[in-house]
Write a protein that binds this ligand. Sequence first.
Ligand SMILES: [Zn+2]
Length: 122
Amino acid sequence: MPGDLPETSFGVAFTDTGIYATIYYPRVQQYAKRGIVTQPQIMSHAISHEIGHLLLGPAAHARVGIMRGTWTSADLHSIAMGALLFSPRESKVMREAVIRGVRPGEHSGSPASEGTCLDGCW
Ligand SMILES: [Zn+2]
């Protein structure tokens, strides 16, 4: 894991040198031990969040839902219930991005996100 990544980040998405995202599995394991959500639940939502950055851009963090920059304990409970989702607007923009194609470098900045994190949620 990069040393400059916040301790609470699950991953990061890059679009400047190619379109890819990385999920930090040790962080997934660490948060799963808290017992609110399972490793597969955290992993799938972290992957979805980073794919969201690849399609929505680096400034895609929202106040609610799966694109929140910091997941709260309430968000983790929503994950457990399968209820931490993209907004209808985010879903529409992502569908349109897939249809038109996403090119490397289309979004500015590197990394494209600070990753999915849980700062201050406990
Ligand atoms: Zn993010």
